[in-house]
Design a binder for this molecule. Sequence first.
Ligand code: G3P
Length: 346
Amino acid sequence: MKKVLLILLALAMVFTLAACNDSEAETPEGADSGNDSGETKVITVSTKFVDDEQTAISLEKVVEAVNERSNGSLELQLFTSGVLPIGKDGMEQIEQGSDWILVEGVNFLGDYVPDYNAVTGPFLYSTFDEYFAMMQTDLVQDLNREIEEEYGIKVLSLDWVFGFRSMMTNEPITSPEDMNGMNIRVPTSQLYTYTIEAMGGNPVSMPYPDTYAAIQQGVIDGVEGSIMTYYGTQQYENVKEYSLTNHLLGVSAVSISTDLWDSLTEEQQTIIVEEFEKGAEDNLVETVKAEEEYEELLKEEGVTFHEVDAAAFLEAAEPVYSKFPQWTPGIYEDILEELEKIKAEQ
Ligand code: G3P
């Protein structure tokens, strides 16, 4: 009897082992180490851009690529048009360690480390390449280190540009005097507020998604923004004058909390970094391509483009650089020095 029991026990062990081997064989081919636990990490990607804007289109591609490459270990979910927190509220999600990626203006990093505003100040860059080169300098990389160490905000990219910003208003503008008495919407940012003030207008800060109704209600006379913004958000339905001040560069930062970042596997981190890099490139190439096309389409919608007195605006905006006591002393001079080197090399 004892012998029979032993044989039955041995058979049971053989069947159990065979079953284990079978289930291993069924593991999907190519499943990566990022999915060891079999759990899916759901991460919200929040942005102000509307679906028709190139940045949102490129972000959609990033999200798809990350989700596919991670074999189900990551599920990025994109929310456009500011339906979920953006701006300061979006940054708070990152700071609090939520499962969140924010794609927002670099100026919102400036609320934590003020020098970010210095490196994205008015009339600093005349080409996108100058800006990209500046972002690679030690000066800017140190800011990224500082915001990560002090506030737990990891900056994944500063390279999501969407064009130089100009004035879309109901009256043409050629000089700072033309802006007197004009209520111009700006993002909730001291840098933008001071810049528009210095250029002659009355800055009114509000999130971009509120601007369409605000113009129609007469709360504001226009907004400042890139040609992609103008066309993509259909602001041409409200205001028909585009005055080419090119006063600031429209650029988004991609941020994630260090808590969330540290909880990811190395492989997941690599996938996210690589896909957001590819996305920035796609966003850049497509934005540059679309700018000319948008100009034509805007004209067809009845928009008139105006050249401005560039020297007068440059001079008017100069005081902005001395309005920030919170900037590192001498930072503006350091930036100009870096910029000189960049220009000499390009
Ligand atoms: O969709 C809005 C976007 O194009 C610009 O937003 O806040 O940088 O003016 P903002």
